[in-house]
Ligand binder design. Structure first.
Ligand SMILES: NC(=O)c1ccc[n+]([C@@H]2O[C@H](COP(=O)([O-])OP(=O)(O)OC[C@H]3O[C@@H](n4cnc5c(N)ncnc54)[C@H](O)[C@@H]3O)[C@@H](O)[C@H]2O)c1
Length: 334
């Protein structure tokens, strides 16, 4: 009982999806700041325990709870045991193609799961930070890039689920005065992003380049992306989640520079004979130009990205090369 009372008094932040790619860096940033205890809830569907291994034993890292955001009993237990100051809700099914093939799964995880968690956050007076995505936007060719006021268009069930969940979160803000923030980062890349998924174009290209394989580009490669380095993204998530000026707001995070997928492939592999163009798997859900504008985040919370694309790619390659060497050493020893 004493332990329970002590835990209740310690302000904790809950990071859902904290064993995933961006979540792992959000946990790192929170621990670096040292203001709160950090608890992770993740069902390990696409994340992994090993992403958090360096934090095990950190005095402010309390636990990794392996479980689902839709598990009401588990959520009740977490909010009862700990005093959750802020929920950083990053857990989601993020694969666009999967959302087209199996929309029920993405609806359950990304909409119902967000509602289940939001409802707990309301009952326990927690702040709620919802990780949405730039994929909610319609195409935009404005030279100043896509701002939070730009039109949205859910081109896939994934984007539709994120918009639905965003609206529910904002509804709680307006109805109950709950402190919430909606985040729409642009395409994020960096160390720990899986190289076998659909979305991590930088990781997939770097991994294939280092293994001497061809880089396959969907469609003609003229689609552009505004690529945000993951530590800049994690700093954005934590800054926005902590700043009073971000309450009730929707905030973009982007670099303000977009590159075509053709240019990206060339930067990574150099030799054009190692680049191929293949048939797009879901052209109808492709956004042809994604250039973000994060003036609002700069003005409201003072956030700006600091890592250039070239530097971010170098860090990603170094990390992947070290991971591939480890893999080779283990295979050699086996
Ligand atoms: N990667 C990007 O470029 C990008 C850009 C903008 C927004 N986002 C958003 O950021 C968040 C994190 O994305 P990521 O790229 O790190 O993906 P990720 O797949 O690495 O992380 C998602 C994590 O959520 C966990 N998870 C999934 N469903 C769950 C559930 N029902 N209950 C508990 N845990 C669950 C997974 O196991 C995984 O660890 C997502 O909400 C995503 O929509 C990502």
């Amino acid at each position: 009982m004493d332990a329970l009372r002590r835990n209740r008094q310690k302000p904790t932040v809950l990071v859902t999806g904290g064993a995933g790619f961006i979540g792992r860096w959000v946990v790192a940033e929170l621990l670096r700041r040292g203001q709160y205890d950090v608890t992770v809830l993740d069902n390990l569907q696409s994340g992994s325990k090993s992403n958090l291994s360096e934090f095990i034993g950190h005095p402010r890292f309390t636990e990794l709870i392996v479980g689902d955001v839709r598990d009401w009993a588990l959520l009740d237990d977490i909010f009862e045991r700990r005093s959750i100051h802020t929920v950083f809700h990053l857990a989601a099914c993020i694969n666009v193609q999967e959302s087209i093939d199996e929309p029920t799964r993405v609806f359950q995880a990304d909409v119902v799961g967000t509602f289940d968690l939001l409802e707990r956050a309301r009952r326990y007076n927690s702040r709620f930070v919802f990780m949405s995505t730039c994929m909610v936007y319609d195409r935009c060719s404005e030279p100043q890039g896509i701002a939070e006021t730009s039109p949205t268009k859910p081109a896939s069930p994934y984007a539709g689920a994120k918009l639905a969940a965003e609206n529910m979160v904002l509804g709680y803000h307006h109805a109950y005065g709950m402190p919430v923030t909606i985040l729409r980062p642009f395409n994020t890349y960096g160390p720990y992003q899986r190289a076998d998924g659909e979305g991590g174009v930088v990781s997939i290209f770097c991994d294939r380049a280092d293994r001497g394989q061809m880089l396959n580009i969907y469609g003609d490669g003229t689609q552009t992306r505004d690529l945000l380095y993951v530590e800049d993204c994690a700093r954005f998530v934590v800054d926005a989640g902590m700043h009073p000026a971000a309450e009730g707001r929707v905030l973009n995070a982007a670099t303000g520079r977009d590159v075509t997928i053709n240019e990206l492939a060339k930067v990574i592999v150099g030799d054009e004979s190692r680049i191929a163009h293949v048939k797009h798997i879901h052209p109808q859900s492709e956004i042809p130009k994604l250039l973000g504008n994060s003036d609002r985040a700069r003005e409201l919370i003072g956030w700006e990205p600091v890592v250039s694309l070239e530097e971010g790619i170098a860090r990603t390659r170094n990390h992947l090369a070290a991971a591939n060497t480890d893999e080779g050493t283990r295979a050699g020893a086996a």
